[in-house]
Write a new protein. Structure first.
Lengths: 157, 157
């Protein structure tokens, strides 16, 4: 049985990990004629993000910019310290596409469903204020790239 | 001035280069619950594909499968010999996302427009029968990944 909870399997996001987000963002902006987006900084510690790296609390930090390229969110991410999948990727591969992301509801249930294929969660964290969460899966050996589950919480009415 | 001819900059394709297309395709199929697609083989030589690698004729061959993940074509490509960007990527990075592709009209004009940013064509070829063409650009140092221009020729009426 395939993984449950991936819905229509529409690709939601592609992320390039870089070592200098301003430099790369400027080039994308110039070449594609896109407005330079506002940076989003993950600066909060584990007490706020509840981020884990291989199950252990992490202070992983990052700078991010993104654009919409059609229906796909295209993200550039620069790791800024703290143990993270982002830094691991940069150390192992250099700058390049790190993950493809899918929107889900019930991240932990979807991650558990990936578990039946031997896939584990490598990093997980919450957006602050808690508007959503991300989950990275160690799909690289099976699928050739990391899969991210992205969940945006619905606002309480 | 930004590159001319990229239209709405909608992301059309993401490609993972692999070393065993059947193995990876099977896993994508199982995990995402997707039908196993028919393989597309680039087996023709330069006399048919007119393929070039850094300006020199090449007999580059490959096996390809692809699915639609929402609006995005998601491709797995295994190089099968002949000098190619595909094999270079595999040798340098290992299995991973090789390129993001955009649909264009007038590939050579769009590639020339990239040239104003110092970007060169690395590999180019025609689909057989000549229904379209692909052009890889050496955007990796500037953008962190390879950009491909994909053109599908309109049928003559």
């Amino acid at each position: 049985m395939s993984v449950q909870g991936l819905g229509d399997t529409a690709l939601f996001q592609v992320c390039v990990i870089v070592d200098d987000v301003e430099k790369y963002a400027k080039k994308y902006s110039e070449i594609f004629g896109l407005e330079l987006p506002k940076e989003y900084h993950i600066t909060a510690g584990h007490d706020v993000t509840n981020a884990t790296y291989h199950g252990t609390p992490t202070e992983a930090k990052a700078k991010i910019v993104s654009w919409w390229l059609g229906q796909v969110q295209f993200e550039l991410l620069q790791p800024l310290g703290g143990p993270s999948e982002w830094q691991d990727f940069l150390d192992k591969h250099g700058v390049g596409v790190h993950h493809i992301a899918f929107r889900v509801k019930g991240s932990d249930e979807v991650a558990a469903s990936f578990g039946s294929f031997g896939v584990k969660v490598t990093q997980q964290g919450f957006f602050t204020p808690p508007t959503g969460m991300y989950t990275y899966l160690d799909t690289e050996p099976l699928l050739g790239t990391t899969v991210e589950l992205l969940e945006f919480f619905e606002k309480e009415k």
